[in-house]
Write a protein that binds this ligand. Structure first.
Ligand code: ADP
Length: 178
């Protein structure tokens, strides 16, 4: 059994085993949650990202890699790249679903039981928030229903609008997946 929890706040302060970063393909940091994670986590995270790109190149949209958490309370940061919204007919939904699922898969490989997601792509990348929340919840619920060692997934909403949307869609602040 696993639990999905909605929380409002700053993901960098969450003592979850793994937190997810809505990164960009260069993995060099940026604005929004990406900037907050690198800012609070310190230079170690960027060093690990640079090392990874030197070996593997750009991180494609929908894929995930990980670093340690640096100075964050989280043990790992899973970096994934969401789609840039281009009207909805350019594979955006599938790429967003992949970002969630590949992050979960990587968390599982890392042996963690908890993972926290920001609302990927709904900031600078411009993905409509309602549609993104439907995809996020569906992707995570589908993954957990298939059976997984992950037993706690947090949706961390930074803005009020996302919090309202997630609250409405989950029906409360927690959802048990059996
Ligand atoms: P993207 O480029 O994927 O759209 P953004 O960082 O611009 O990424 O926005 C993604 C989501 O992260 C937005 O909903 C934004 O409100 C949220 N966000 C920004 N800062 C934080 C933070 N410190 N903790 C959690 N979520 C955050």
């Amino acid at each position: 059994m696993a639990t999905i929890r909605l929380i409002r706040g700053d993901i960098t302060r969450l003592p979850a085993e793994a937190i997810v970063n809505a990164a960009n393909s260069s993995l060099r940091g940026g604005g929004g949650v990406d900037g907050a994670i690198h800012g609070a986590g310190g230079p170690q995270i960027l060093r690990e990202c640079i090392k990874w790109t030197e070996k593997h190149g750009l991180l494609p949209p929908g894929e995930a890699m990980y670093t340690t958490g640096g100075k964050l309370p989280a043990k790992y940061v899973i970096h994934t790249v969401g789609p840039v919204w281009r009207g909805g007919d350019n594979g955006e939904d599938q790429i967003l679903a992949n970002a969630y699922k590949n992050s979960l898969r990587l968390a599982e490989e890392l042996g963690v039981q908890q993972i926290a997601f920001p609302n990927i792509s709904t900031g600078i990348y411009g993905f409509p928030k309602e549609r993104a929340a439907d995809i996020a919840i569906r992707s995570v619920a589908e993954y957990l229903r298939r059976g997984s060692r992950i037993n706690e997934v947090f949706f961390v909403c930074f803005d009020k609008e996302n919090e309202r949307i997630y609250h409405e869609k989950l029906g409360s602040d927690t959802l048990e997946i059996k």
